[in-house]
Structures are given as C-alpha cells and as structure tokens.
Design a protein around this ligand. Structure first.
Ligand code: DI6
Ligand code: FE
Length: 416
C-alpha cells in the first residue's frame, strides 16, 4: 500500500487475541477481545459487548482470531549508508578479524567513503528499499543513526534521509546523531580534534536544524574513549538532548558509568559490562539494548551478562543493529530469534524487548510499545498462536495486517 493511500483504521477491530502483558491499562480477561480505533488512536481495548456506543457507527474489522501485539519498535539501526561490505565478509571468512580490518582503514571507514560519494537521492532510495523489510514485519517505530558521514555535510544528508523516510512511509523515525562513530581518515592521529568538531560544530548545527532526536557515541577500544565520549555528552546536555552509548561491544572501557551519570536512554551491545555498571544502569533508569545479530555475525562468544541485568531489573530491549559491517540483517524478527537462541531471553522478554522496552530506549514510551488506550494506533495482527511463535520461527512470520499511525498500512497480500 502506498503510504499516502493507506485507509484509516478507525472502527472496531474484533475477534482478536491481544497480548495481555502489553495492554495498558491491563485489559479484562475476556477473549476474543476488541480494539477500538478512533481518530487514529486506540480508544478502547476490551470485550466487544462493552465497547462504547460511539463505535456502533464506525466500521467493523473482523480479526479472524488473530494474535495481536503492539507495533514493533527497532530501537537501534544504522539504516542509511551507501554500498555494502560483502568483500570484508569474504576477508573475515579468510581469517581477518573485524578489528584488523578496521585498523587497516576498512570497516566503518570503507562505508564512510561510499556514503560521502553518494547523493541524497541515492541514499534515500537505498534506505527506502531496506526499510520495506521492517515495515512488512510490523515495525511501527525505528531508530536511525547517522555515523557514516563523519563530516557535517554528509551527516546532515544521512539525518535528512532518515527524516524523509519517516515522512514518506508513515512510520515513526527517531534520528540519532552518531558523529562519534569512527575517526575519519582526515583526522587520523587527531581524535581529540575530531571530537571537538563533533561536539562544538556538527552537533549544534544539526540540532539547530531539527535533525537530531538523540546523541550516540561508540565508546570502545577501536573507537572513542570515555573522556572523549564525555565531551560529546556534555555538548548534548547543553542542547537538552538525550544520549545513548554503544558500549562494551569489543571491550569494557567503563563508558556505561558515564552514560548513567548523563541519564542516558540506553547502553547498547554490552557484551563486556561490569557489575558496578549494571547497578548504575538500574539506578539511572537505563535500558540495556541487546544486539544479537552483531554478536552472531562477529561469531562473538562472550554474551552480555543477561542474568545479572535481569536480576538487577534493568529493562532489556532487543534491536537489529542493522549496519553493513557487523549486522547485515534485514529482519527484527530474526534478531528476536537470536536473542532467544543466543542470549537465552524468554519469549515474554523477547517480545517486551521489541515493544515496551524498545520504545523506552527511544523515549517513545508515551506513544509506542504497548496497546495503550490513548496512544496512536500501531498494532499488528499475526496468523500465529502466541509470542512463542514470534521468536521461534526463523525467517517466516509475516503479519496478516499492520495498523500503523492509525492507518491500515499492510495486509498480508501486499506484504511482499
Ligand atoms: N557498532 C557496530 O556494531 C556498528 N557500529 C558500531 O558502533 C558497526 C558498524 C560497521 O561496521 O559499519
Ligand atoms: Fe550499532
């Protein structure tokens, strides 16, 4: 369906089995259940007989017994870039490590070269082609990071493309400025000067242009130090922007403690994470964003400390981390399976990880992540029995119907 043509979802959707753990407020234990949509918002969840009388005049949509979840949220992607890194995949198969390739000027920097050479339209078309996979899976909100430009003009282009994707596809896009993703070649040996450029020039300009919803830093031994990350976070704070951090993917520099002091929305990756920083995350109300597709693609063996995070009560989100280097994955559902299989998350945790907790990792908890009365209508009808099937099938489930931003955005027949 062309987004501009999608019919309104207003009316009473009935004959549904809604995911009760994600109803807000909790809905009475009746089944089948109905969801009332009015003016593009969820106005009612409950028994069809108890629906407010105003729905009598609105259309009825028979859900045919479908299982219903909130629209999915992918809270960590690097969706906009040019080219791909299939050649580096081949090098890794021949024995090179991700870090070796990065140090030799490949890795992120090879995507930076391709991205700088691409115009806005080319970047837009490539990202729009990819985005269709997320939309077909019932994703209703997606975070898109910059970070393959590493200069003002190209970072601006990436963020503009991200904004445009949201406008043209009727999907909620949150932009994250990741200028501190890698050290560009022209700053080789001058990391502090580059961080200055990011914090004092790029971020304030892009924020003033309304292109930045949050700010991220790649804090790791092949990227930026804790002190450098702090300068970027201080600049974000001065602009009133929330922060998040790529932390502990390859090594633990202790950046999560800094992120907690800055009340970060999330820390992401976290394969290497100390007990002290887990407590700091809990105390700061941060979300732990798990990225199992990157773990899988790098054949990592050091899983994040899931048990300790769970015991501490840190909310766990699951995201794709889509990027051309370490997570060339085009499916959030596949990342969900990986979170279960590789990280041993339970079914309910996986589902909360791509809904409630993912929304929180983006600061979107008031509009997304639950079947919440008053929230914009974002929900998915699945031809599945339960959440277990969402995490269980590898590569198969497609929604029957996706209601996104109050419109009927996809039906199974056009989900291809
Ligand atoms: N961590 C990641 O997994 C990606 N970025 C990051 O900070 C990798 C990006 C790439 O290799 O292109
Ligand atoms: Fe990432």
């Amino acid at each position: 369906v062309n987004a501009a043509m999608a019919p309104p979802a207003d009316g009473l959707w009935h004959n549904l089995r809604v995911e009760r753990a994600l109803c807000d407020p909790p809905c009475a234990a009746t089944e089948p259940t109905a969801i009332g949509v009015r003016d593009g918002r969820i106005a009612y969840v409950g028994a069809i007989d108890a629906a407010p009388p105003e729905f009598a005049a609105l259309p009825r949509h028979d859900g045919g017994g479908a299982y219903v979840t909130p629209g999915l949220v992918d809270c960590h992607t690097h969706l906009v870039y040019a080219g791909d890194r299939a050649h580096e995949f081949a090098e890794r198969l021949a024995g090179a490590s991700y870090a070796d390739i990065a140090r030799a000027g490949g890795g992120i920097l090879s995507t930076v070269r391709a991205t700088r050479a691409a115009d806005e339209e080319t970047l837009y078309q490539a990202a729009a082609r990819r985005l269709r996979h997320w939309l077909a899976e019932g994703v209703c909100a997606i975070e898109i990071k910059s970070g393959y430009g590493l200069d003002l003009a190209t970072e601006r282009r990436l963020l503009r493309v991200a904004r445009r994707l949201g406008d043209t596809h009727h999907v909620t896009v949150r932009t994250t400025f990741l200028g501190a993703h890698a050290l560009p070649a022209e700053f080789a040996g001058r990391a502090d000067a580059y961080v200055d450029r990011v914090a004092r020039e790029m971020l304030p300009v892009l924020a003033a242009e309304g292109l930045v919803d949050a700010v991220d830093v790649f804090c790791d031994d092949i990227a930026f130090s804790v002190a450098q990350s702090e300068r970027v976070f201080d600049a974000a704070a001065a602009l009133g922007l929330r922060v998040k951090m790529h932390a502990g993917q390859l090594s633990d520099l202790g950046g999560v403690g800094l992120a907690a002091r800055h009340r970060a929305l999330s820390a992401d990756h976290l394969e290497h994470l100390s007990a002290r920083d887990i407590d700091a995350m809990r105390d700061a109300g941060m979300v732990a964003v798990l990225l199992p597709a990157a773990f899988y693609a790098l054949r990592d063996t050091h899983a994040p400390p899931i048990d300790a995070l769970r015991a501490a009560g840190v909310p766990l989100a699951v995201a794709s981390d889509h990027n051309p280097g370490t997570a060339p994955v085009l499916s959030l559902l596949l990342a969900m399976n990986m979170a279960a299989t590789l990280f041993r998350l339970g079914v309910d945790e996986v589902l909360a990880g791509v809904t409630r907790h993912a929304a929180r990792a983006l600061g979107l908890e008031s509009t997304h992540g639950t079947l919440g009365v008053g929230k914009p209508a974002n929900f998915v009808l699945w031809d599945l029995q339960s959440a277990a099937e969402l995490a269980y099938w590898i590569g198969a489930p497609r929604p029957r119907i996706v209601v996104r931003q109050g419109t009927i955005a996809h039906r199974a027949a056009d989900a291809t």
